[in-house]
Design a protein around this ligand. Structure first.
Ligand code: MG
Length: 387
């Protein structure tokens, strides 16, 4: 089998509260008529949304004529060709991620097996999800608790809240010090959620890398009695030593990874003992194969694997195949409770999410396809559909 063509398009819409719901899809075509689709992060809708698509199309000629079963060779060929162009960083690594996922889709379809069977089989049939709740309906800590209870009643075994957008008076938009008033407010929110959901539901909080070192340490220590599942990205992602200082200062579980890419950046986190849990984004970090490599490296350090996920059902199912295939899977994020068209965008075994789980597809390939009709109505900023 040979690759004959590669196309990409950007689909999605930025809903309020939905975060990064603008996704890049890669389609790889073969001389045997099998077509694979992979999803990846768009490289920032805040810029244009098209950065990753441009990168995919720039790599196209290097893939034509290759055997799609040579997934690892194609990944290394594309990555090494761009080493001096930043191919381990966004958006080039996002492009590689979508390509890798599309190749797995082709190989699964060609062999008539779901992707997890190409990864050594599965440890579990159902992938446990936590719901990203963003924040309460108001800044009142009680509204965070009410939302948490509603989400738990839907069947989710864990919830996560953002604590970096409380709007309670920072010095200015560029200063990352959390003052006494904001810190007290954040702690009240987390205490309120814990009180509302009790002690048998896991609770995480996300700082989005928006706090400076002293603020991060103060918060991590203050929430120690609340037994968090994790505190996410307490400081920005670039300085792993600073994160290691936060972790060394507290018994609160520290998690990071959605802004780290490839096994190389995760090895640094492990070697520097900078976190307790990792959350690579499997639409950003390098693809299905690299995601599995990262999880297996984490397992050697007894570190749980809890991927970040803001994908469509297609990208989320690709992540599920990885989560099914590694022993140290903890939770997969579900970020789309507030996106009304999320289910309609794709075809597959529906509902995709039920009672806080996603069932790993048994269909050949990734097992979820774009619904062409719906997808065409959601093209980003006038983009063309795989053309
Ligand atoms: Mg996060």
């Amino acid at each position: 089998m040979k690759i004959t063509d590669v196309q990409a398009c950007v689909i999605g819409r930025q809903e309020p509260d939905s975060g990064g719901s603008v996704w890049t899809f890669v389609r790889i075509y073969t001389d045997e008529g099998i077509v694979g689709t992979g999803e990846c992060n768009s490289g920032g809708p805040g810029y244009s949304g098209f950065a990753t698509k441009e990168a995919i199309l720039a790599m196209k000629e290097l893939m034509i004529g290759e055997d799609p079963f040579d997934i690892n060779k194609i990944y290394e060929k594309l990555r090494r060709k761009g080493r001096y162009g930043g191919s381990s960083e966004a958006p080039l690594i996002f492009a590689l991620t979508g390509i890798d996922n599309a190749l797995y889709d082709i190989c699964g379809k060609a062999l008539g097996v779901p992707v997890y069977k190409l990864l050594g089989g599965k440890f579990r049939d159902k992938i446990r999800l936590y719901a990203d709740c963003h924040f309460g309906d108001s800044d009142d800590p009680a509204s965070f608790g009410e939302k948490a209870v509603a989400v738990v009643e839907e069947g989710f075994g864990a919830v996560k809240f953002d604590v970096d957008h409380t709007g309670v008076g920072r010095l200015d938009a560029f200063n990352w010090t959390v003052g006494a008033k904001e810190m007290s407010h954040i702690i009240k929110i987390v205490e309120g959620v814990r009180e509302a959901i009790g002690w048998e539901i896991d609770l995480a909080i996300d700082c989005h890398g928006q706090f400076d070192l002293p603020s991060a340490i103060t918060l991590a220590k203050a929430v120690e009695p609340l037994r968090l599942m994790w505190l996410e990205e307490p400081v920005p992602a670039e300085n792993v030593d600073a994160l290691a200082q936060v972790k060394a200062s507290t018994s609160t579980v520290i998690c990071t990874g959605e802004n780290q890419y490839t096994k190389f950046e995760f090895v640094e986190l492990f070697e520097k003992k900078a976190c307790d849990v990792i959350m690579p984004d499997l639409a950003k970090a390098g693809g299905i194969a690299e995601g599995k490599r990262i999880a297996e490296l984490a397992d050697a350090y007894y570190i749980p694997f809890a991927p970040h996920n803001v994908s469509s059902p297609l990208g989320m199912m690709a992540a599920c195949h990885v989560c099914a295939s590694v022993p140290n899977f903890l939770f997969l994020e579900f970020h789309a409770r507030d996106i009304p068209w999320w289910n309609d965008l794709c075809d597959g075994d529906k509902p995709f999410v039920e009672s806080g789980h996603m069932v790993v597809s048994e269909r050949p390939g990734i097992g979820v396809e774009l619904n062409d009709e719906v997808a065409k109505t959601l093209l980003w900023n006038g983009d063309a559909y795989f053309d």
